[in-house]
Design a protein around this ligand. Structure first.
Ligand code: P6P
Length: 341
């Protein structure tokens, strides 16, 4: 491809979004304020990628000396990423409030800034246990409309995942990539580290309905419910078992990395509820981990359930509530969900 064509052939995130503003296939054109929101979040993810990439040279590794609402020790980069997202989004006039895994309560837009029509939720840095060992981590975000005339407190965020207007994640790995859906399928952007632009590298992503790869933390086996044990035993039985094929296993312990692999080549990701803490069904959080990832996975032709029903249909009761997660290749998710019936 000639240099001119090489430049002409590249679609930036801005161009992709502007074309969605013009494009109306029944869901309506992308509102300009939502385009601004997505561009602001995408820019913040570039800044987070920059901080993550410094590693030990930037003094950003290790513990922050504080804890989050889940009682988990926060890493320095958890706090840095959270601050980057708050600072990037608070002044733009597109948000009414924000919520984060790293903040116990909702962050309303300060009075000295204009308030907007959207709510932004995020896990600013997912996969924290991998930060200090240089394994891929990421940022997960979800966008909801702020209910008319409500003061944006916790209750405004308690909407089913099917109400999301946008969702995405950035994965900070060998490549820095941004995955986005606004309800028109799933697009993937790769960060051009020379021009610092997000460039469209895949659109209309589809997850294969079948797979030979599963992702689960096997060390929790003794804590699983019977349907999960049955399903995993069948996967491990391979071609001699009832599923009549051999499976491979992956577990990165960064949901963003595991989901990105599944988006790229199929697979099934599971973090089941377990007997350790019956009042906490699973480890993953509904509003800013399971819901955005489920929206993306469904938009790519996959499925996402909590073992009993569609995750996007779950009516949230608390901002930081947890949920069991089974997501990915449709036929495998439907199978393990059927076993729970
Ligand atoms: P475990 C990271 O801490 C996280 O929230 C997800 O990104 C990941 O899938 C999961 O927890 C890993 O949990 O118990 O295997 O360390």
């Amino acid at each position: 491809m000639s240099e001119a064509n090489a430049v002409r052939g590249r679609v930036s995130l801005t161009r992709y979004l502007i074309e969605l503003e013009r494009h109306d296939d029944g869901r309506g054109p992308l509102p300009p304020s939502l385009r601004l929101l997505i561009e602001v979040v995408a820019r913040a993810c570039k800044q987070i990628a920059h901080e993550v990439g410094k590693g030990a040279l930037g003094g950003v590794l290790g513990e922050a000396g504080t804890g989050n609402i889940q009682g988990e020790a926060q890493k320095k980069l958890d706090v840095i990423a959270n601050e980057i997202l708050l600072e990037a989004n608070e002044w733009g006039g597109h948000l009414a409030a924000m919520a984060s895994e790293e903040m116990a309560t909702v962050f309303p837009i300060p009075d000295h800034y204009p308030s907007g029509e959207y709510l932004l939720l995020f896990d600013p840095l997912d996969g924290s246990s991998n930060i200090d060992v240089n394994v891929s981590i990421g940022t997960i975000f979800s966008v909801l409309g702020c209910p008319e005339g409500t003061t944006p407190g916790e209750s405004a965020f308690l909407q089913a995942g099917s109400h999301q207007v946008a969702a995405g994640y950035a994965v900070y790995g060998p490549q820095t990539q941004l995955v986005l859906t606004v309800g028109h399928g799933v697009a993937v952007f790769t960060l051009d580290r020379e021009t610092h632009s997000w460039i469209l590298t895949d659109d209309g992503v589809r997850i294969p309905e079948d797979t030979k790869e599963f992702a689960i933390n096997m060390s929790n086996r003794r804590h699983w419910e019977a349907p999960v044990s049955r399903y995993i035993d069948e996967l491990l039985a391979g071609h001699e078992g009832p599923l009549a094929k051999d499976y491979n296993m992956r577990w990165v312990a960064s949901m963003v990395a595991d989901v990105h692999r599944i988006l790229s080549r199929g697979g099934v990701f599971m973090y089941p509820r377990d007997a350790r803490e019956p009042d906490k069904p699973g480890k993953l959080r509904l509003l800013y981990e399971a819901n955005p990832m489920s929206f993306i996975v469904e938009q790519a032709g996959g499925a996402a359930t909590d073992g009993r029903g569609r995750i996007l249909d779950v009516a949230p009761e608390k901002l930081h509530q947890r949920i069991a997660v089974f997501l990915g290749s449709k036929n495998e998710v439907e199978r393990v969900t059927r076993y729970h019936a």
